[in-house]
Design a protein around this ligand. Sequence first.
Ligand SMILES: NC(=O)c1ccc[n+]([C@@H]2O[C@H](COP(=O)([O-])OP(=O)(O)OC[C@H]3O[C@@H](n4cnc5c(N)ncnc54)[C@H](O)[C@@H]3O)[C@@H](O)[C@H]2O)c1
Length: 399
Amino acid sequence: MTEPRDPAEEKPIRVGVIGCGQFMSRQHIQTIARNPRLVLQHLAAREEEEVRRVGDRYRAKRCTTQWEDVVADPDVNVLVVGVVPRLHREIAVAAIEHGKPVYVEKPLAETTRECREIADLARRRGVPVAVGFNRRFAPATDLLHRAFRNAGAPVSVTYRITDDDRVRPPAQNWKRQCRLLIEVVHIFDLLAYLLAAEPVAIYAAESRFNDASVVIEYDNGSRATILSSSYGSLAQPKEHLTAVFDHSAVEMTDFVEFRAYGLPDCPALERFAGRPYDDCDNSHVDAFAERGLEALLAMRERYHRAMQEAGVLTDSSNPESWRRASLLLGNPPLPQINYAPDKGWGRALEVFCLAAAAGSTPPNASAMDGHRATVCAEAARRSIETGQPVTIDRSFDVT
Ligand SMILES: NC(=O)c1ccc[n+]([C@@H]2O[C@H](COP(=O)([O-])OP(=O)(O)OC[C@H]3O[C@@H](n4cnc5c(N)ncnc54)[C@H](O)[C@@H]3O)[C@@H](O)[C@H]2O)c1
């Protein structure tokens, strides 16, 4: 006999989305469109043409160029925000003041003071705030999490996260600012989550701007070294983790392949399917599940070659280069290469929306987690500038 369904559980969840740029239109808006419980109720972007184009494609009930309309819309149950980080604080505060659960893309805000303000306000008002640290929800992270839990402390970790910044079109120039804040916050969060520990000191040095090594000490004796660079190659996997436990170890490459060494409770090798995208060649989804890293490397090589031959890597401001690139990427095209693995974007948002609608505490990274990550970014920047290690106290004040 099947259990009778609680009708409240089946009620549609009406989502308001602020921002529909290159990330939001591929990730959160496609997640909402695919999930039968989620309705794209109200969509905002700065330009009328952009919000109409994305809104029509994904059947938004309402569209606006004023984000305040989405926050104030009484039909919106949950908000998702992903615009330029400069605006995150103002929108998050408005959402909390309207009592709306809000999922804010990373970074939560540009400064630790702003993050703290959001976290304090959310706690006082009892409004759930999540930060888009999606890697916590990647299938590969489930295995990492299990390995870290079983191993105990201390752990020594290295994490490489590299991009080729030459590939950014002019509209994405804001992403060339400090990588520690724009990108590495993901890793500051992931490491604190896996290690179940708080950072207590950071030392960082840069060979040139956005080419940094960061060493973090944790309160359980663990230590992590992050290599973060904008001078990487598209042909190389973007991310790689190695963790050394007590005569055992794990490695994870780009959320596509996981390996364990000397850990009887973990599979020695696991591969993970890629993430599919609308209007794209999605052959990578099964290829990653079947051939793992080998398939990722082949896809990256093809993507890199297309960008190089099209001239994007020599001049990403030339629309003609992008037109040539789209021809070389095929019809339908390969998806954006960094989005090919499943880094947990869909699951993170779905889990948040369902928990917020049910009135329970979402298991996502919280505003305080967002604050911690921004504290780490700020501490690393200060260490680079002073040449000295920077300590972080228990209240996340950098001293
Ligand atoms: N979690 C991840 O893996 C990941 C990856 C990439 C980007 N992101 C984050 O997602 C967010 C958006 O990134 P993107 O790549 O879509 O950026 P983008 O530059 O492509 O788009 C920015 C969007 O913000 C909108 N916008 C700007 N000012 C606005 C305003 N005043 N009112 C309403 N809308 C406004 C623009 O219209 C556009 O839709 C950023 O916070 C970024 O850090 C997260």
